[in-house]
Ligand binder design. Structure first.
Ligand SMILES: [Fe+2]
Length: 299
């Protein structure tokens, strides 16, 4: 039923600080329906909404549902005794609003996701491929480095099994893979290995959101840009184990994380989920100690 991740929304204590951070990350900011939103250059879909509040915390998460599927979503919610709620203050009224088992507000929009900004093919001379002849890559690599689309978000939860049951049995996501006892990755069918997931913690919270950029160069150039603008160091460059994407994370001003990714595994309907005992990175430095800190207020 859920076909993709549409946007996420955070409550933040200072909208100007949030706006500057997201601009440095590579998003365009603006006003929509009276609130601050951030979009990927060249994509007509808000990816982040920001709501002014005393402390930073997750405000809501929004998914797309295939056109025509909202009735079956309503039926599924009814069978699960999940109530339709009023939109939380600061959100739009579109679509259907519910709360997940952690109490997080979830918006379901019946629409096709907007297409991501087109990206040129990245020609490589790696492995057995010799695709780039007579072209100086260093002159190409800086051409298109900004985020193209929001890919996934991971939330903290104290009840990963209940959350997984809700999002799979009621809303139609599927488990992609798990890091045993720590992380559950979920997919929305053929496409990205994961669009959503959970990290085990003492209480709910927002861990990170991740945006696709056109190349591994774009990830490293983005990290350089954040460094040049005085942003604190993050984690990366590396290649993940589960999902296999190249990554670099930066901490946001409130102790959550934002990620650029490239080259994530694409799955099909035959994908079989497994449990793994692996670190999150295949190579690169290990994550900083603060990486799994859940700084959102409990309760
Ligand atoms: Fe990620």
């Amino acid at each position: 039923m859920i076909s993709g991740l549409h946007h996420y929304a955070l409550e933040v204590p200072d909208l100007a600080v949030a706006e500057g951070f997201l601009q440095d990350f590579g998003l365009e900011t603006g006003e929509k329906d009276g609130s601050l939103v951030a979009q990927c250059p060249g994509r007509d879909q808000e990816q982040v909404r920001l709501v002014q509040a005393p402390a930073k915390r997750l405000h809501h998460i929004c998914f797309t549902v295939r056109p025509g599927a909202l009735d079956s979503v309503r039926g599924s919610l009814e069978r699960a005794a999940t109530a339709i709620i009023e939109p939380p203050p600061g959100a739009t009224e579109s679509g259907l609003w519910i709360r997940d088992p952690d109490g997080t507000a979830v918006q379901l929009l019946e629409m096709e996701p907007a297409p991501a900004r087109p990206a040129a093919q990245v020609l490589v001379n790696v492995g057995g491929s010799r695709q780039r002849i007579g072209v100086a890559q260093w002159q190409q690599a800086t051409q298109d480095v900004m985020p193209r689309r929001l890919g996934h978000s991971l939330l903290f939860t104290a009840q990963p099994q209940q959350m997984t049951d809700f999002y799979t049995q009621v809303l139609g996501l599927r488990v992609s893979d798990r890091i045993r006892g720590l992380v559950t990755f979920l997919n929305a069918g053929p496409g990205d290995h994961h669009i959503f997931g959970f990290i085990s913690s003492s209480h709910p919270g927002f861990h990170h959101a991740s945006f696709e950029v056109p190349s591994i160069d774009a990830i490293a150039l983005g990290a350089d840009r954040m460094h040049a603008r005085g942003r604190p160091a993050g984690w990366g460059l590396g290649r993940h184990t589960i999902g296999s994407n190249f990554f670099h994370y930066n901490p946001d001003p409130w102790g959550s994380w934002i990620e650029w990714f490239s080259d994530i595994d694409q799955i099909d309907d035959r994908w079989v989920a497994r449990d793994w005992d692996v670190p999150p990175h295949l190579w690169g430095t290990p994550p900083p100690d603060t990486f799994l800190a859940n700084r959102e207020p409990a309760g």
